[in-house]
Design a protein around this ligand. Structure first.
Ligand code: KIV
Length: 271
């Protein structure tokens, strides 16, 4: 791919225009080359190399164990496939919460080694200094508020966040701080729809929801969940667009049967 063709059609500026026009933003996760090619060609605006790779690719219970090296491996594979969408990469747990110098080093590694377009970070006021330092190096940052899975051991549960007034007020404040710092968009995860609608209306940057209702500026889902590959996860916000678990299981079972009965390969399938 030439340097010129690496400038992808969807930019952070384009996302801001979409919000102004009221055009909804479609975002999905991807973690590997083949999936990212399909997702990009199908017209998704933003591809997130999420740290949910820890769950759906590596089989961990939480997103905490995934490392920067693992994220870089996934992001490189995705970037090689993508021609149109903006590619955002999660900064994994432990690579930005400590201090802003460590955070900047982590973000620079992602940008240098993967050629992605932006990084995503979970949290508000607590990580503001790191967000500011990364932004000042010219690296676009997407925020992530509401249910922030890297803090699961603090929350103790994956239930809806910000139902109470104090937590809702903090989320509203954090969204304002992240916008003022220069973030280009924010993911709002698992919060009441009314709160999502309010934050999207008050802020000028796009709010991308996952379980945040229909009043936000776009939606994001984990690709393995929406394709029905991952069957063990059925939150209310998830719409399944396919049952790939069934389709793939049937195909593999057919293959096993064909091999066992000597039906594969047949005459046309050999040299
Ligand atoms: O890691 C991820 O997939 C995410 C989405 C759920 C937004 O952060």
């Amino acid at each position: 791919m030439s340097t010129e063709s690496r400038v992808r059609a969807v930019t952070t500026f384009r996302l801001s225009e979409m919000k102004q026009r009221g055009e909804k933003i479609a975002m999905l996760t991807s973690y590997d080359y083949s999936m990212a090619r399909i997702v990009d060609a199908a017209g998704v605006d933003v591809i997130l190399v999420g740290d949910s790779a820890a769950n759906v690719m590596a089989g961990y219970e939480t997103t905490l164990p995934i490392t920067l090296d693992m994220m870089i491996y996934h992001a490189r594979s995705v970037v090689r496939a993508v021609e149109r969408a903006l590619v955002v990469v999660d900064l994994p747990f432990g690579t930005y919460q400590g201090n802003s110098k460590v955070a900047l080093d982590s973000a620079i590694r992602i940008m240098k080694e993967t050629e992605a377009d932006a990084v995503k970070m979970e949290g508000g006021e607590e990580i503001l200094e790191s967000v500011q330092r990364i932004l000042s190096a010219g690296i676009p940052v997407m925020g992530h508020l509401g249910l922030t899975p890297q803090s699961i051991h603090k929350f103790g549960t994956y239930t809806v966040r910000a139902r109470g007034q104090a937590e809702a007020d903090k989320l509203v404040r954090d969204a304002c701080l992240l916008e003022e710092a220069g973030c280009f968009a924010i993911v709002l995860e698992k919060i009441p729809a009314e709160l999502g609608r309010r934050v999207a209306a008050e802020r000028h940057i796009p709010m991308i929801g996952i379980g945040a209702g229909n009043g936000v500026d776009g939606q994001v889902l984990v690709i393995h969940d929406m394709l029905g590959i991952n069957q063990g996860f059925s939150p209310r916000f998830l719409r399944r667009y396919a049952d790939l678990h069934r389709i793939m299981t049937d195909a593999v079972e057919d293959y096993v049967r064909d091999v066992k009965v000597c039906d594969f390969p047949n005459d046309a399938e050999q040299y």
